[in-house]
Design a binder for this molecule. Sequence first.
Ligand code: AMP
Ligand code: MG
Length: 492
Amino acid sequence: MTKKIDKTDIGWNLENSYTSLPDKFYTTMEPNPVPSPKLDILNHSLASALGLNAEALESEDGVAVLAGNRIPEGGKPLAEAYAGHQFGYLTMLGDGRALLLGEQITPDGQRFDIQLKGSGRTVYSRGGDGRAALGPMLREYIISEAMHALGIPTTRSLAVAATGETIRREAGFLPGAVLTRIAASHLRVGTFQYAAGAGSIEDVQALADYTLQRHFPEIGLDDPDRYLKLFQEAASRQASLIAKWQLVGFIHGVMNTDNMAISGETIDYGPCAFMDVYHPKTVFSSIDAQGRYAYNNQPLIGGWNLARFVETLLPLLHDDQEEAVAIAQAQLKIYSDQFHENWHAGMRSKLGLFNKEAEDETLIDDLLELMQEHEADYTNTFAALTFGKLDGAEMFGTSGFIGWHDRWQERLSRQHQSKEEVQELMRNNNPAVIPRNHRVEAALEAAANGDFSVLERLLAVLADPFAHSPEQAEYAAPPDSESGSYRTFCGT
Ligand code: AMP
Ligand code: MG
């Protein structure tokens, strides 16, 4: 008999596999209740993919869960312990303002963490208030959903509920909110660093085996090379993920090791932003004065973070320390090669190239150099090339670009695909829209004044970034003023 869903049945199907890890990996605790929860936004399609009933989530009982006032059926809330290198310095961290409610098993058998972010102080809060402000939580909602639509692995956003509480931030008193974040898991490089630093090799092994079962079940727990394979798979996912970031001009902003997920999803949307004008050194984060996490540093930092990860696994890679280090170094080189391979393949697709020729790297580099020199908009340059609409920007009229364009056309003529096939490839690899900073800010400002229509429209446009539809045209426009002055903040 099929189960009848009524309005009160949200559809929770929660398991708590994280509690199978040794006790030191988490602390069980409940969210701090909030005075007057109100649902500001709910992701209906995501709810349905998770096997959750959106209508029931919108009911008073549902909103109570999304605000942290009620524990969902089968949930065992806990804060995860982890450490992390923050701007290069190792610190003990942990979920200071988030709680894992449990893992939802979806109708098609997938497992996703259901996490509340902004649910109050935990044992890992240090000096923080455990809370989150509405603006940054809506911002995470917009950008994570845009990333998902762009085909980039990411944690997702199920809901944002206002708490009715006012919280204190540098900018003054702000409305509080709780974000419900969905993730393949919240296992981080920092979780392994915590295991290695605060635990024993048995703890690292327990964590590694848990991670293998959760994310790489094709590698058996009886495989003697399983820890090497765990690293290889995790590193290969990062090589793919970071290439995707680079290809769309996404700057994470705070690639600390605690913000790198072993699952290969983009996680922890803080001071992230998309680049308008192309410049390899672009930084938006106000706290990244040195540019450690600048656009062109992301692949390198990815490797640095993976080095911190593989260090925690060294005793499991080989009994001989020197041998283990040699294995790790070889793997890090593979990550770097894989990143370059992925990035070049992605760039070739952006330029409509189906096959690979030796000169392609120079062709790509020369275009980027011209874009930098002429301060061309990153997204719109590729969109213009896709449709052959080379009028809008100054760069297109320069002799440098015209020469480059001739070379590109000649290169295209050397492959057998038709013009239509080339355009199709380019359309699917060059988005019409990205969450431009000025659009995101406008949506957040309207939402702060109680008008969610601007945000809803933005989300609708971002949901299909490769549509290249007429409605998207206004959202493709770069900001009026110089976007280089746009700053993002960590005080979220
Ligand atoms: P993030 O910058 O979001 O990666 O967070 C770094 C660390 O600071 C994590 O351990 C967070 O849980 C913690 N944290 C961030 N904001 C707060 C807050 N308002 N209260 C307590 N802990 C926080
Ligand atoms: Mg973090």
